[in-house]
Design a protein around this ligand. Structure first.
Ligand code: PLP
Length: 480
């Protein structure tokens, strides 16, 4: 509360958001409504906890603390030091790591910055690295480039060569990767993906890396929550460095972590290299509010309930996959081992962009995604679906089967709309999906399904929100 002596120029510091900035408050309210009334199937998203949001929105945002615990460039960091040490300890515990063998830097602002800092720590500018190609499920930060352009810092400042999947099975082609590495001689091999529904053979990757004298780094951004729950293979048994985001299956705030081996005979300085790479090489002051939120999320990850959550995420993904396969659809690799499903729409003559658009209109959030053999990255032939967020809204297999039925209907409606559009152009498709036209049924079907999806979604709670008393905000988009 302001004091009696608070000058007018400071009164603003004490006013709540709704009073001082109704415009931003309204945008937040609309987004809350969208999350409540929709179904979130973006595989890289999740719904973090109330406690994480509280910590993330805390007063810790005020503090500068460049450096590391007990070695800062600013004063007043006694509690920030305590926080960062606690967060590190929890990170190691969450992943069942021995503190004499592994260390962790908890300061990366996000997954991309964690990856660039890891590359900075491990290799020199213009050294060669290999990562899974983007069209095969890899991430931009694993060396992605096109014929015309070096797309990310990982290909601008380093040389890179992608490895890929076996087109028929959709599985990583380890034999070919081995043969490529033998010729290319990378200094670093990156494993991990953004769109790969199966587990990784880290032992095989270690063998390949050792043969060529390369570092092995796993980016487990997507699957870290499942790895922490020991529902997937552990990269920690084989890799030198492991990076992750904290906001996907791990269900924390938006940030990154870098784990590094402390016991490598030939790289005793790895800890220093990683820490120096994060700050000062790639970042400035840590976001202490975020570090508090990571710590809170990691406490949850180390709890006995976490395993049950992770098991349910995977069971839900399997139920989703099985229902879609039951309808005769084609999935890349035929199913899933983790939280995501890659749906190949090409056999039914649809593009990912069209289905993404139709789903958006009905409050089902998904993303278009390349599938094996796609000619164009601009018009991918598939979509990616994930079950982490639905599971955080209490959904179990039966609910997810219902979601799969909605998706089936969305795809069938897309086929109708494509016919009614008369061309294959996305703009004509969007026109018939969003405007009532004489003698056409697709538009009505979209509206009908939207109502059903919203009624279904509203049955489930949303973490951090009192949905019982949630008011429909002003100014919503016509589809919400
Ligand atoms: N690594 C992988 C495998 C990812 O899937 C992502 C994001 O989707 C990232 C890194 C980048 O994370 P951020 O968006 O937090 O920078």
């Amino acid at each position: 509360m302001a004091s009696q002596n608070t000058p007018a120029f400071n009164k603003i510091l004490y006013a709540p958001l709704a009073e001082i900035d109704p415009e931003v408050k309204n945008i937040i309210d609309k987004e809350t409504w969208r999350q409540f009334t929709g179904l979130e199937l973006i595989a890289s998203e999740n719904l973090t906890s109330q406690a994480t949001m509280e910590a993330n929105g805390s007063i810790l945002t005020n503090k500068y603390s460049e450096g590391l615990p007990n070695a800062r460039y600013y004063g007043g960091n006694e509690y920030i030091d305590e926080l960062e040490l606690l967060c590190r300890k929890r990170a190691l515990e969450a992943f069942h790591l021995d503190a004499s063998k592994w260390g962790v830097n908890v300061q990366p602002y996000s997954g991309s910055t964690a990856n660039f800092a890891a590359l900075t720590a491990l290799i020199q500018p213009q050294d060669r690295l290999m990562g899974l190609g983007l069209p095969d499920g890899g991430h931009l930060t694993h060396g992605y480039y096109t014929a015309k352009k070096k797309m990310t810092a990982s290909s601008i400042y380093f040389q890179s060569l992608p490895y890929g999947i076996i087109p028929e099975s959709g599985l990583i082609d380890y034999d070919k990767l081995e043969a490529q590495a033998k010729i290319y001689k990378p200094r670093l091999i990156i494993c991990g993906a953004s769109a790969y529904p199966r587990d990784w053979d880290y032992a095989r990757l270690r063998q390949i890396a050792d043969k060529e004298g390369a570092w092995l780094m796993a980016d487990i951004a997507h699957t870290s929550g499942l790895i922490a729950a020991q529902e997937l293979n552990s990269p920690f048994d084989y890799c030198d460095v492991v990076t992750t985001t904290t906001h996907k299956t791990l269900r924390g705030p938006r940030a990154g972590l870098i784990f590094y081996r402390k016991d490598l005979e030939n790289a005793k300085d790895l800890e220093k290299r990683v820490n120096d790479a994060v700050f000062p090489a790639c970042q400035g002051g840590p976001h202490n509010n975020t570090i508090a939120a990571i710590a809170t999320a990691l406490k949850q990850v180390a709890s006995p309930e976490w395993k049950a959550y992770a098991k349910q995420v995977v069971a839900n993904a399997r139920a989703l996959a099985e229902t879609l396969v039951g309808h005769g659809y084609k999935l890349q690799t035929g199913g899933t081992d983790n939280h995501l499903v890659l749906w190949d729409l090409r056999p039914i003559g649809l593009t990912g962009s069209k289905v993404e658009k139709v789903c958006d209109l009905m409050g089902i959030t998904i993303n278009k995604n390349a599938v094996s053999g796609d000619a164009s990255a601009q018009v991918p032939g598939g979509i990616r679906l994930g079950t982490s967020a639905l599971t955080s809204r209490d959904m179990r297999e039966e609910d997810v089967k219902q979601v799969a039925e909605f998706l089936h209907r969305a795809v069938q409606i897309s086929l109708t709309l494509q016919k009614e559009a008369g061309t294959k152009l996305l703009k004509d498709f969007v026109r018939v999906a969003t405007t009532k036209e004489e003698g056409k049924v697709g538009y009505e079907q979209v509206s009908q399904l939207r109502e059903e999806v919203q009624a279904f979604a509203k049955r489930f709670p949303l973490p951090g929100v009192d949905t019982q008393n949630l008011q429909r905000p002003e100014g919503l988009h016509e589809y919400h």
